[in-house]
Design a protein around this ligand. Structure first.
Ligand SMILES: [Zn+2]
Length: 505
């Protein structure tokens, strides 16, 4: 009688919004501050204080809901969710219970089996609680309330996910969207994104034709994609085993829901508590906040201003001739993708469409962005937000100067540093301006280069002798000396040719 057991998984994902201040007070949101230093009477839940809604948090939430193809209802409200725990000083969390700000959306997820459309039940906004740390030695805990009141977006999916890998891919796709839109930084180590899969197996249908399920277990607070996949894999196997051992008893109708933790080091889940039902939380409408009644025009404005979403952009990149891998690399951060678009467009404009194959353009972008831009990012001479369109254009102009032989690659790197310096001095200069002002253009005049080569040969008789005696490595030395004699401006290709000729091939 064993019917096919079909994993039926929904995910609740929490994300800290990328706001500077908390949800209902002016306290700063930060992760490296001294414990309990970013608090005030509002987020400490002192009697008589009043919450004030963070407008940006609401706007970011609606943007995310729109990007998830949700309907934005005309009316959403705030509710108090009551529970008693030391990380929640006011004994209730402000959340959205039955009227959230986004409903009925979907997210398309690429999987090895093709595109899967996962329904989004709801998107709602709430506040995070504080952080309890349990003492390693001794029977006590300490609490840090800096996190209390941080704006927290919850995205709840339909139970459309059918396996552990799919659960991971869903969470990764959601993260990409949120990071890309600037909704959240989703740094999982910092707890800015937490996943809670609800796992159950469909075990056939009842006499009335309705599907039957194993009990639902909710895995709490998974903070890496790897643990999402591992924990769901474990849980599916556990459900299967428990069901097959006692099919009459291991059902949702008999056992309901439970909450489970995940021990990543041991690779097992463990029972925390049988799950609270909604009435345990005694939800009440929040009396201190007005409901959220968005103006249609405002919502439409936000919809209109959504950027091209990662999925559409990925398709465009692949049509452009980029590999899937490269497209994903560019899309991992919005500023890198934006940078690429401007860079590519500028080079096309200079060279005419199709003159440089896309592979070559990518190679150039890689060479310059990975080497020079990345280094500057690492050394913090520039920061990611300053890599805006204007700078991408300037860099593309510089690359054109190198590629068309106006300056050589080494001078190019030097000009790049000068461009950054000029930018930091708030006196931005184009590559062409710097080349002209400092007279850095490359020399391709062969008689001038011949003179530099002669100079290098005369001054390095020993290296010449070594080279002729078979020590081919001496060539590099002579090449370097000739380049130096030219002040670094000689066309290296010509130097090489002339030097080879003079050394007798
Ligand atoms: Zn506060």
């Amino acid at each position: 009688m064993t019917a096919e057991l079909v994993p039926t998984i929904g995910l609740e994902v929490h994300m800290h919004l990328a706001t500077r201040s908390k949800m209902f007070c002016g306290c700063r949101v930060a992760y490296d501050a001294r414990p309990n230093s970013l608090v005030c009477p509002v987020c400490l839940g002192m009697p008589g204080v009043l919450p004030v809604m963070n407008k940006l948090a609401v706007e970011l939430s609606v943007r995310m809901a729109l990007a998830l193809n949700c309907t934005i209802p005309d009316f959403a409200k705030w509710d108090r969710k009551h529970y008693y725990y030391p990380d929640l000083p006011k004994n209730y969390q402000i959340s959205q219970y039955d009227q959230p700000l986004g409903i009925n959306g979907y997210l398309d997820v690429e999987t090895p089996a093709g595109t899967r459309r996962i329904g989004i039940t709801r998107v709602h906004l709430e506040e995070d609680a504080g952080k309890l740390m349990h003492a390693e030695h001794g029977n006590y805990s300490i609490v840090d309330l800096n996190r209390t009141g941080t704006p927290l977006l919850e995205v709840v999916s339909e139970p459309d996910v059918r396996g552990a890998e799919e659960a991971r891919l869903y969470a990764e796709t959601l993260r990409q969207l949120a990071v890309y839109l600037g909704i959240s930084y989703c740094n999982m180590q910092l707890g800015q994104m937490r996943c809670e899969p609800n796992v159950s197996l469909r075990i056939g249908a009842g006499p009335d034709g309705k599907p039957l399920y194993t009990p639902i277990s909710e895995l709490k607070n998974l903070n890496s994609f790897r643990s999402v996949e591992r924990a769901v894999t474990f849980e599916i196997a556990r459900h299967r085993q428990e069901y097959l051992a006692d099919p009459g008893n291991y059902t949702l109708a008999k056992q309901g829901k439970s909450t489970r933790g995940w021990r990543d080091d041991e690779g097992i889940s463990f029972l925390q508590r049988s799950k609270e039902e909604a009435h345990d939380y005694r939800y009440l409408p929040e009396p201190d906040l007005v409901p959220f009644v968005p103006e249609r025009a405002w919502v439409e404005e936000l919809r209109k201003n959504l950027p091209e979403l990662p999925r559409a952009r990925r398709e465009r990149y692949i049509k452009m001739g980029l590999s899937e891998e490269t497209a994903d690399m560019l899309l991992a951060e919005a500023f890198v993708a934006n940078f690429w678009d401007v860079f590519h467009e500028t080079l096309e404009h200079h060279q005419g469409a199709g003159k440089w194959p896309i592979k070559r353009v990518l190679e150039l972008a890689n060479n310059w962005t990975l080497q020079d831009v990345r280094r500057a990012l690492n050394e913090k001479t520039i920061d990611a937000p300053s890599l805006h369109a204007e700078f991408a254009k300037q860099l593309a102009d510089l690359v054109v100067l190198v590629e068309t032989g106006v300056i050589n690659r080494n001078t190019g790197a030097e000009v790049f540093n000068k461009m950054i310096k000029a930018k930091l001095d708030l006196n931005p200069k184009s590559a062409a301006e710097i080349v002209k002002e400092e007279n850095l253009a490359q020399t391709s005049d062969s008689s001038a280069i011949e003179a530099f080569v002669d100079q290098a040969l005369a001054a390095n008789a020993k290296a010449v002798e070594d080279y002729r005696g078979g020590k081919k490595a001496s060539f590099g030395r002579l090449m370097g000396e000739a380049m130096k004699a030219s002040g670094g401006k000689a066309n290296p290709q010509l130097v090489k040719e002339i030097l080879l000729k003079k050394l007798g091939g």
